[in-house]
Design a protein around this ligand. Structure first.
Ligand code: CP
Length: 307
């Protein structure tokens, strides 16, 4: 479709694009009716070959709220299962749909193949990156703190696809300090870290990673964690839990930062990456964050599809 845009990796988006999607998400969080159904007459495909509660629901509801009609495909629905190629699938879907929101088990390049033939492809999580999660997270942070300038974020846990997307997104905003504390062997790749650090340096901030939970920043505004077993992945080392144990977010960690919010992309495993006391406690905004996936999904769909 002429004029449509993809969200496959946040690396593809300009600073201004990320800023505008986040700003629009904040506006829609304040007033979810603040639109004139700009996707009226559009058909959006929602194809999830992996489990999802939040992302699939938020994009489906978001598209419907914006006036689109939605066709959904689960893991067993497309002829991909019987051997049709992704390229042929893309050519067929691209001839009928106005947009496609996708979560696959495969690498991000599958979404690029889809985008060669389909308009407005949205990456609803790939192995490498979870860009719409970061956009929703920045929406929550921005709404909570009145903007993102100078925000200090401590991310504790695996350097997974959510971590990658947060690094690419937060590094675009002025003077943001993003500190990763990841278990050794489960951190960000050097490439991601180098690129995000360079972006942050340009913005007057920093992106840093350490594997030492005894060396923590003095002040932060947000403590963020994510489940230890990222959806659809497993860890070959049978003793991985021992490596992750010091990275649990508990009351003792949160008490170092009495004014900080706690965030989690969910789903959570209470007692693993976070204690129930923290997730369900007064500093947690994890469920506000989950609600904002809808507002952010609407902002993404508008950006990709609205004329
Ligand atoms: N955070 C997230 O992507 O949740 P779902 O897997 O439920 O979509």
């Amino acid at each position: 479709m002429v004029g449509s845009r993809d969200v496959i990796s946040l690396r593809d988006l300009a600073d201004a694009d990320i800023e505008s999607i986040v700003r629009r998400g904040v506006d829609l969080a304040a007033d979810p009716e603040a639109h004139d159904a700009p996707l009226r007459g559009r058909i959006v495909g929602v194809y999830f070959s992996k489990t999802s509660t939040r992302t699939r629901t938020s994009f489906t509801v978001g598209a419907l709220r914006l006036g689109a009609q939605v066709i959904t495909y689960g893991p067993g629905d497309l002829q991909l299962n019987t051997g049709e190629t992704l390229e042929d699938t893309a050519r067929v879907l691209g001839g009928m749909l106005d947009g496609l929101v996708v979560r696959t088990a495969g690498p991000q390049r599958e979404m690029r193949t889809l985008a060669e033939h389909c308009p407005a492809v949205v990456n609803a999580m790939s192995a490498e990156e979870h860009p719409t999660q970061a956009l929703a997270d920045l929406t929550t942070m921005s709404a909570r703190f009145g903007g993102l300038k100078g925000l200090r974020v401590l991310y504790v846990g695996e350097g997974n696809n959510t971590a990658v997307a947060l690094a690419y997104a937060l590094s675009r905003f002025p003077r943001v300090e993003l500190e990763f504390r990841t278990p050794r062997g489960y951190g960000l790749t050097p490439d991601v870290l180098a690129e995000a650090s360079a972006l942050a340096a340009r913005s007057g901030g920093g992106v840093r990673e350490s594997h030492d939970m005894l060396s923590l920043p003095a002040q932060v505004d947000v403590v963020y964690t994510t489940r230890w077993q990222t959806t659809g992945t497993s860890k070959p080392d049978p003793r991985w839990r021992e490596v992750f144990a010091p990275f649990q977010v508990d009351v003792s960690l949160m008490s170092r930062y009495p004014d900080a919010c706690f965030m989690h992309d969910l789903p959570a495993h209470r007692g693993e990456e976070v204690t129930a006391e923290v997730l369900d406690g007064p500093s947690s905004i994890a469920f506000e964050q989950a609600r904002n996936k809808l507002h952010s999904a609407m902002a993404v769909l508008e950006w990709c599809l609205a004329r």
